[in-house]
Design a protein. Sequence first.
Length: 355
Amino acid sequence: GGAVTNRPATSAAGAESRFLKALSGEVQTVPPVWLMRQAGRYLPEYRELRARAGSFLDLCYTPEFATEVTLQPIRRFALDAAILFSDILVVPHALGQEVRFVEGEGPRLDPVASLAEFAQLREEIDLGFLAPVYETVARVRAALDPEVALIGFCGAPYTVATYMVGGRGGDEQAAARKLAYREPETFQALIDRLVEASVAHLLAQVRAGAQAVQVFDSWSGDLPPAEFARWSTEPIRAICVKVKAAAPEVKVIAFARGAGAKLADFAAAVPADAFGLATAENRTAARAAVPAGVALQGNVDPIALVAGGAALDAAVDGVLADLGHGPLIVNLGHGVRQETPPEHVAQMVARVRRG
Ligand code: CP3
């Protein structure tokens, strides 16, 4: 399976999808595998298309290109799930914030650092502006075999807010954290707006054909427990509840990267179908922290994927041994790195499927 064929847009990943079975709590001899950032610069066919597309955002907003890039890793590696090629920062873009990607540096936004600047944003996300993203979802779903699931995504409100307030990543997200301490009402209003925008964005992806959605909280792990509960757990809980109320069939994966000892409270509050584990998490502790029957996703070290060889096999075997007795989705603990040899991804998939 895993080949790319033409299917009607209505076809959804069927009952035989290993990925959807894991999200329904099934324990499988061969668990599903996909990788965060499975499309991207480590693939020569991505670099070739990226050079033709122009900017990264042009690539994201051109359905023909974004569809092709989403399918590239599926063709090469027959992964169990495709993830929409887009970015978490399309949400602030569709709220009216200026967003650009500087070559070799990363995202740059015109910072929203005060109540006055916050007031300049749209109250509701402009879903029409993101129509090319939803068209990409429909095109990808139509092109995938039924057993390959399609994942939509958004950034968690906290992580997206750190880019909106700081204008860029880095510096321990200090700009956003200062605003949250000094003007909690302003920061809360921004988080609340992002909860609503994220729900609308995720539901539009589900309507277009996504069967599961992942919420990426890349930076909340750094927060102290009380701030983590307020700015990470509560908004992700709200998103999860609202998405499931509107689309009960959709599966939700919550990834609070580096939650560590905060995972138990997070998993008790958030009604997700799976929790993502970052590279450094203790898997045995994580299994005990998450309700039985709820899937875990992770957490092979992306650097072991770069190294390959026996170290990669051992890293995969460790995940299977520690988590394979419960519902499991094999993945990395963070995204694929640019210097990863593509053949190491093939090795990882083969190692998982050996079972
Ligand atoms: O997983 C996938 O393959 C789907 C696509 C995807 C991208 N970004 C594509 C991308 C997803 C799910 C994301 C999520 C994302 N984006 C996160 C959360 C996950 C994480 O990695 O922690 C964050 C924090 C962002 C914001 C972002 N986008 C940054 C900080 C950067 C610059 C860093 C970098 O690697 O260049 C991006 C750019 C980006 N997003 C690229 C890709 C493939 C590189 C763009 C290029 O080709 O130059």
